[in-house]
Design a binder for this molecule. Structure first.
Ligand code: F6R
Ligand code: MN
Length: 185
């Protein structure tokens, strides 16, 4: 075999599962998400070991200029009447952007600028989400199946969770069996 012919990592685009490659996996449980949902008592009633989401990342270069590739798998469910969601973050290097690609399931991407202006994009298989710098982002699963999204972002970006400890301007809840967007002011 030609040593210059390299077999790249492979992902199943229907599920977001990586194959033939070493991926790093981190799961986030109900216990990890204290004070993230509006109804903290409802969160405390969940099994602390319940996995809300997991992220699988390709084990790739961390050098300046390198890009990370990861898939988030966000389970369906609710805390009280609020849909399961990721913690959400700005990047530590705030000017750094990211691209999300919807793979399976249905949900929303909550985006918020530094002035607190929030907006939502619908996430579905094939959707493409250009997240600009200086924009906080959070995935929300409003469906009954796992929501999986591929992300590509600069290795230097990092995460800043502390800046959002008081939450986003919008919450997404189920009311009367409908998806409802609630303003938090
Ligand atoms: C990386 C990125 C995603 C998230 C993942 C989990 O910059 O945006 O890989 O890290 O969706 O969300 P958080 O990090 O908010 O718990
Ligand atoms: Mn990010």
């Amino acid at each position: 075999m030609n040593p210059l012919l390299i077999k790249p990592p492979v992902m199943d685009w229907l599920t977001g599962a990586f194959a033939h490659t070493s991926a790093l996996k981190k799961s986030t449980t109900a216990a990890d998400l204290a004070n993230v949902f509006s109804d903290e008592h409802a969160r405390q009633r969940l099994d602390p070991n319940l996995i809300i989401y997991s992220v699988e990342m390709l084990d790739s270069s961390r050098d300046d200029g390198a890009l990370f590739t990861g898939v988030t798998h966000l389970n369906p469910g609710k805390v009280g009447d609020e849909f399961f969601m990721t913690r959400g973050h700005y990047h530590a290097r705030r000017e750094q952007g990211e691209v999300y690609f919807g793979l399976r399931g249905s949900g929303l991407l909550l985006l918020q600028d530094e002035d607190g202006n929030a907006r939502l994009e619908t996430v579905m298989p094939g959707s493409i989400h250009i997240i600009s710098g200086y924009t906080a982002h959070r995935l929300i699963n409003t469906g009954n199946d796992i929501l999986s999204a591929l992300a590509v972002w600069p290795a230097v970006a990092g995460h800043n969770y502390a800046a959002l400890q008081h939450g986003f301007a919008l919450s997404v809840k189920e009311r009367d069996r409908q998806v409802q967007v609630v303003s938090n002011d």
